[in-house]
Design a protein around this ligand. Sequence first.
Ligand SMILES: NC(=O)c1ccc[n+]([C@@H]2O[C@H](COP(=O)([O-])OP(=O)(O)OC[C@H]3O[C@@H](n4cnc5c(N)ncnc54)[C@H](O)[C@@H]3O)[C@@H](O)[C@H]2O)c1
Length: 328
Amino acid sequence: MTVLVTGGAGYIGSHVVEMLIADGFDVVVFDNLSAGHRQAVHKDAKLVQGDLLNKHDLANLFENHQFEGIMHFASHILVGESMENPFKYFNDNVLAIMNVLEFATLHDVKRFILSSTANLFDDPQTIPINENEPLIPGSVYGETKFWAERILHWMDRIYGLKYCCLRYFNACGAHPNGHIGEDHHPESHLIPLVLQVALGQREQITVFGTDYDTPDGTCIRDYVHVLDLAAAHILAFRVIKDGDSRAYNLGSGTGYSVREVIETVRKVTEHPIPIVEGERRAGDLPTLIADSTKIKRELGWSPDYDNLHTIIETAWHWHKKHPHGYDD
Ligand SMILES: NC(=O)c1ccc[n+]([C@@H]2O[C@H](COP(=O)([O-])OP(=O)(O)OC[C@H]3O[C@@H](n4cnc5c(N)ncnc54)[C@H](O)[C@@H]3O)[C@@H](O)[C@H]2O)c1
């Protein structure tokens, strides 16, 4: 059974590829390596270097392989950048999924998993956030994921393509084997940024906003381990073969504040991690925590990594071994 993984040389995709291979799937990674890394792709997966914005690349890909299904990770991923350069996000993210779906439907592929996001919940009425919350994108980036979800709705209706949208909260951690992990340029995620202080690559970490309506005044987020995300992809992929299309909110269900993350990094790394208190960033919500009851009930998913200390240990293991990411 061959699975196409777009963006499989990136952070989350490479972890999913590793798990797919371990579970006996054949994997073709399609990635333009704009943000991904050749070394992140498991040696038993086939890497095809190509661009989703280029239909010739996709025509070759689909002529040479028969896919049982697709996991679509490839996308620009920066919320802030999407507000500064909306055309890049509307154009590339939407065209990328349109192109891959055009070829998928042409070649009768019937299963599709989308990397969606918690950035669809900009005004949650209830925390933790379940799937009944209204979808209100918090940025142009989130809007492109909203469109992707809507496009998939029509693909099911018109072509019978079964899909699952997985709305990840904050992906984090690394494979405990220490071979793959997070290596974004620029890095925008809290845990790797704090670990850069522990590595001596940054002097301090800025805490954006200390007067939120939370117990310690800093933002609370739900950190879900990348291997728990990977397991959810495989469960969803298996079930939608004969089931209905669906969407799940995917997080650990526990919220940690920025200060708690920094304190845990101090414990794991034994580094003092100096902080600077800064102003709030535009658009940051005080608290975002997932209610993942639906995926637990329907697919039997449950996170193996449910405490922050272990999550950060896996990330630290990767960053210590590869202080300059895959360039090492
Ligand atoms: N990291 C998170 O916390 C998080 C949270 C929610 C959702 N997501 C979503 O998960 C997915 C993966 O995120 P990530 O952190 O692994 O990102 P990443 O940047 O590490 O990986 C994306 C990969 O897609 C590739 N790519 C981008 N545009 C392409 C194109 N036009 N053609 C071919 N390949 C292309 C890049 O080279 C890269 O390897 C993204 O869709 C992101 O929006 C991530």
